[in-house]
Design a protein around this ligand. Structure first.
Ligand code: BGC
Length: 269
């Protein structure tokens, strides 16, 4: 099995991809970006992503990061994407479009895989939360390097408002906040996360990680906070990684029966 996988990062404004060497976490060719079609329906996005596959004349495995909850290949939410994605089997859709095997995961989980393997989370034990501040807020939670998939902590409610509206990069742009104001909002959000999770480390990804010297003076949080180090490549590298290693965790089809005593003896107790 080759260690080269095509990573594709699907976002609200751009679809980006590049072949990735999974041993080094580096790109094997320059990243290719196409604006996300509008409306970003499943058929339109699949056709655009196929342009990336064709651009690299790709014939192998593909990993895709997608900005929503993805369980067993099925898209389950649609915060910042077209509502018609909900319930769509994205894995099958992309596989039919490309004629190639696809692994589909949440975009923040993908970025988390990359930061844990090659970036700020490399060799970090304990509980680590990657928080990506972009169009939305994505989170990826790891314990001793193992992912708890599909956390949606960007939608935590803070003072009666979705955190995404208070601390994402798009909220900053919309409201034309200074770094101080944005940093203050991010601090409030991270401190709420701290109170609930008591993580060992927060890694901040998205645009703010590139300009960390501007954000850092305004970030206050009891948990240690560091910037992501793979910048805008984490999404692509992590999507490719998701197609390998232990891959995205599988969900059990049937939930286990709860509180059911297994034996007659147990029932009598
Ligand atoms: C979505 C997440 C996603 C994040 C970043 C949020 O609106 O609910 O699933 O990871 O945006 O794209």
């Amino acid at each position: 099995m080759t260690n080269h996988v095509l990573g594709i990062d699907i976002g609200g404004t751009g679809i980006k991809g590049a072949p990735v060497d999974l041993t080094t976490g580096t790109l094997l060719a320059e990243r290719f970006r196409i604006p996300t079609p509008q409306p970003a329906t499943p058929a339109a996005v699949a056709a655009t992503a196929n342009e990336i596959v064709k651009h690299f004349d790709w014939k192998g495995d593909i990993g895709i990061g997608f900005p929503a909850v993805v369980k067993n290949g099925v898209v389950r939410t649609a915060g910042n994407i077209d509502q018609s994605w909900i319930g769509c089997n994205g894995k099958e859709l992309f596989e039919n479009e490309f004629g190639l095997p696809v692994t589909l995961v949440n975009d923040a989980d993908a970025a988390g895989y990359a930061e844990m393997a090659f970036g700020a989370g490399k060799d970090v034990p304990g509980s680590v939360l990657i928080v990506t501040l972009g169009t939305g807020i994505g989170t990826a939670m790891f314990l001793d390097g193992k992912l708890f998939p599909n956390t949606e902590l960007g939608h935590m409610i803070i003072r009666e408002k979705d955190a995404e509206l208070r601390a994402s990069a798009s909220a900053r742009e919309r409201n034309e906040w200074s770094w101080k104001k944005w940093g203050g909002n991010v601090s409030e959000y991270l401190t709420e996360l701290h109170k609930l999770l008591w993580c060992d480390l927060f890694i901040i990804g998205g645009g703010a990680s590139n300009k960390w010297e501007k954000m850092e003076p305004h970030v206050q949080c009891p948990t240690k906070v560091v910037p992501a180090t793979l910048a805008n490549l984490a999404g692509i590298v992590g999507a490719a990684l998701a197609a390998r290693a232990d891959g995205p965790p599988k969900t059990t089809a049937k939930p286990p029966a709860r509180n059911t005593p297994r034996t007659a003896a147990a029932r009598r107790k």
